[in-house]
Design a protein around this ligand. Structure first.
Ligand SMILES: [Zn+2]
Length: 221
């Protein structure tokens, strides 16, 4: 058992087969997947403590570590450009499991998540930025079957799709899209959706994702 997720007296134990980085960055909500979509059923419980053993990362396969880094990179994109720059400079060391740098990355990611969640516990406003890459990503997971694409891998490809869409809409420069791609590639993450998924697959699956509001697509995702 690697993680004690303490929430209003409730202690959840997570096992090491799951994506460690994703779990420690995922507090505040507990969700259950449903055939209609990911995390369709759940509850809000804010943790009192977040404990992370960086040594435990040694036990993870490389693919799981990279999947967790997709969520770490997200915090740079959505909230803290200085952190993004640090990630760009240090990604090779993070992938190589430099424990001091992993600690730094996890700590800052947790700080950013806490800052965002504190502003919007129930996801009515700014908390939605935490969904970057997730609406596209959840569609990938649903279509491919949960677990075939790891969550972080789907989020990475979804983040790339969101960046590309933003660029097409004139909200993001081509240079910034390249920056998104470069840091995800450096983390050994996929930057293209599965070849067997069509635009209509995405539209259908995204329309039932819980992160879409009343049928309107949330394009920052
Ligand atoms: Zn996620």
């Amino acid at each position: 058992m690697l993680l004690h997720h303490i929430s209003e007296g409730l202690i959840l134990f997570r096992c090491q087969q799951l994506c460690f980085l994703r779990l420690i960055l995922r507090w505040g909500k507990t969700g259950v997947n449903h055939p209609m979509g990911k995390n369709m059923i759940g509850a809000f419980h804010q943790p009192q403590v977040v404990l992370a053993s960086v040594d435990a990362l040694e036990t993870l396969p490389d693919r799981e570590l990279s999947a967790g880094l997709a969520e770490v990179v997200k915090y740079g994109f959505i909230y803290d450009e200085a952190f993004l720059c640090w990630l760009e400079e240090n990604m090779a060391d993070l992938v190589a499991r430099d424990s001091a740098k992993l600690s730094q990355a996890i700590y800052r990611s947790c700080e950013i998540k806490a800052e965002v969640v504190a502003q919007d516990e129930r996801e009515g406003g700014i908390r939605a930025i935490l969904n970057l890459g997730h609406t596209f990503g959840h569609a990938i997971e649903a279509k491919q079957g949960y677990g075939n694409w790891l969550h972080g891998e789907a989020v990475a490809a979804g983040t790339m799709m969101a960046a590309d869409l933003s660029c097409r809409l004139g909200w993001l420069s081509r240079e910034d899209v390249k920056r998104v791609e470069n840091v995800l590639v450096a983390a050994n993450l996929p930057v293209k959706p599965p070849q067997d998924m069509s635009a209509s697959d995405f539209i259908e699956l995204m329309s039932v994702d819980k992160k879409c509001w009343t049928g309107n697509y949330v394009w920052y995702c």
